[in-house]
Design a protein around this ligand. Structure first.
Ligand SMILES: Cc1cc2nc3c(=O)[nH]c(=O)nc-3n(C[C@H](O)[C@H](O)[C@H](O)COP(=O)(O)OP(=O)(O)OC[C@H]3O[C@@H](n4cnc5c(N)ncnc54)[C@H](O)[C@@H]3O)c2cc1C
Length: 346
């Protein structure tokens, strides 16, 4: 792959790069050929060479939603594209374009500094802006899809850049067109549309509780701080204990199945979903099966939140997936519900 390194617009190549600090589980990982992508123009030439040489390849943002093996063969594209700019602003909306490699939380903080509120409920979610639309990140009653205008990506099937308007991105709960078509699009830039009319989103119980003592409308800064505080209390900091946030998606079941379960388990925790369906709290199911705080060798289930699997030190992808399987098997046996793993398994 030396020609890619020497060509104009070529990304920096590091052979055998360690990625322990670029995956939040903190697994020891070696990328055979790591390319640091700092500009979209670097992608077409590199992908051409990868195709010619029939190399395996994958894209990595901040590594906060992946389960990586010890060795990543072939090419790993580290998405480091910088830049954020307000490209348009009128009395209704502001349009902001942001490079895929920008840190999500830093971007959220920056929008608030620019007096463009809206993203505060999504503060402190780890990772990059380019990865945020892939699983339509969400928290505390907000989803990134609510604020996306369009996405620029390199289509590795047609070998051309495309700009997809929001409607083409088919966003749904932790889902998108990109997730449905894995290994096809490399997101390079995201355009956000932030409405100027702002209302606090307080429907989520944890947030509402913070402001229940007063009738005054909270400020953006107060909500931002509340979200950061709640998250810091509930979720382990990956710098201290390796994890990928929620490990399982909340399963969505038909009303009939939900009703049957509720008769048997009146304490069952669930949330409304689309008509005829109910979203069950995966953490509650796992907790009830006795897994909270359990250790399985170097990995385990976080003591304060059963939905989070953790690496206590020298764990590997096999260790985590082994633990995940025992949880899935038990939850299926007891509740008849299949838990799906949220992070991407490479
Ligand atoms: C402590 C913690 C808390 C979390 N809380 C939340 C939460 O509240 N809500 C939530 O939704 N998620 C949460 N997550 C998950 C994670 O933060 C998000 O999924 C985030 O968007 C992943 O970003 P990343 O840059 O780390 O992506 P990575 O983990 O590097 O990649 C994730 C997937 O996206 C692909 N990808 C990454 N960048 C690109 C790109 N530019 N183009 C194409 N494909 C790309 C990768 O190939 C991979 O398949 C949490 C994770 C942790 C560790």
């Amino acid at each position: 792959m030396n020609s890619a390194q020497n060509a104009p617009n070529s990304p920096k190549l590091t052979p055998n790069m360690g990625l322990k600090h670029r995956n939040t589980f903190g697994f020891e990982v070696c990328a055979e050929l790591a390319y640091e992508i700092t500009a979209a123009e670097q992608i077409p030439g590199l992908m051409q060479q990868i195709a010619e040489q029939k190399l395996p390849w994958r894209v990595l943002g901040g590594g906060s939603n992946v389960i990586l093996p010890k060795l990543l063969p072939g090419a790993t594209l580290l998405m480091n594209i910088p830049g954020q700019e307000i490209t348009q602003s009128d009395e209704s909306n502001a349009l902001i374009t942001v490079g895929a490699g920008v840190n999500w939380h830093e971007f959220v903080s920056w929008t608030i500094e620019q007096q463009l509120p809206g993203l505060e409920n999504l503060a402190l979610i780890p990772g990059t802006v380019g990865a945020a639309p892939i699983q339509n990140i969400g928290a505390y009653g907000a989803e990134v899809a609510d604020f996306i205008d369009s996405i620029e990506a390199f289509d590795t099937v047609t070998h051309a850049f495309v700009t997809l308007p929001k409607e083409a991105c088919r966003f749904a709960y932790r889902d998108s067109y990109f997730k449905q078509n894995p290994h096809r699009f490399i997101l390079t830039k995201v355009a956000f549309k932030i409405p100027k009319a702002w209302e606090p989103r307080l429907q989520y119980a944890d947030i509402a509780k913070q402001f229940s003592a007063t009738d005054a409308k909270p400020t953006v800064q107060q909500i931002f701080t509340a979200v950061c505080n709640i998250r810091s209390q509930k979720l382990p900091d990956p710098k201290v204990i390796g994890n990928a946030g929620s490990f399982f998606q909340n399963p969505i079941v038909p009303d009939q199945q939900y009703g049957d379960l509720l008769k048997q388990y009146p304490q069952l925790v669930s949330y409304p979903d689309q008509a005829g369906m109910r979203k069950l709290a995966a953490g509650w199911l796992i907790d009830q099966c006795g897994f909270k705080g359990l250790r399985a060798g170097p990995v385990g289930v976080y003591q304060n939140q059963a939905l989070v699997l953790v690496n206590h030190g020298d764990g590997t992808a096999e260790d985590i997936l082994g633990l995940a399987k025992s949880i899935q098997d038990k939850v299926r046996e007891v509740y008849g519900v299949q838990l799906e793993i949220e992070p991407n398994i490479f």
